[in-house]
Design a protein around this ligand. Sequence first.
Ligand SMILES: [Zn+2]
Length: 289
Amino acid sequence: MIRLDRFNIPIPRAALGPILLAVFIVLLITLRTPPPRPIIAPPSAVTWNHPIELPVDPDAARQPPPPITGQFVQRSNLDIISAEGLFSPADQAILATELEQALNYTTGRFGSGPNDRVSAYVGLEPGCGLHGIAYTEQRTVQVFTCADLPRYRTVTIMAHEFVHQLAHDRYGPAHLQADMILLEGLATWGAGSYWLGGQPDFATFVREYKANGSLLPLATSYVGRSISDMNRLYYQWGSFVEFLIVTYGREAFDALYVTGNRAPGSANYAGVYGKSLTDLEQEWLAWLD
Ligand SMILES: [Zn+2]
């Protein structure tokens, strides 16, 4: 007689064989059944709370874009092409409507429209590293995504790229030399609700950075920075652009926009506003509160 000590149950020796066999079968089934696969969102969806562009070589945006093929849909001001297999035909039609709405929304917010048709290309990024680029001289804006990322993420990045195109159409080739603060700040501010995630304005985000001590100086280049720093800079710059337009008007802002040489802080702030960037930055920080 063997006792299972924990339960103090007597087990006849003759029953031991069948019990061990049953245990063996249960173990075999358990080991052979794969555990349920955890549902893991793509890393990009977890890491990025807000839409963001990946840093791109500014000169790359001046090269002719690589040839693009895929499903083609036309809307009033837009030619939309998406990589084969990325969207079903039904989703492609919805995407086209959403992109048309995004272009109309950003046009209204920005204050002037595109000078001509714009090509919007949605390409496949197998690693799901969502990013966008604007070839504004070629009137082509591109977003790279994957089938695992929701369609709205494509639209949010594209809204930002549309504003780069609108800026080129408003300011001409000087746009390509714009101060990084203004270049990305304007595209971020112009994308408005697409980048606000339900918050009322960009100042709300910046107040949070201020409160947790993560605010960066405005004249910080995103080159070589982490994604989260870059994200923070874009929202700070978006808020700073909003501050400049609200406080000093659009005409002064337009005059400022065409004076930079790409480097962050390179625009002629003193010439346009009679104040240095440092002084304007302090004013902006006080304005936030
Ligand atoms: Zn941008």
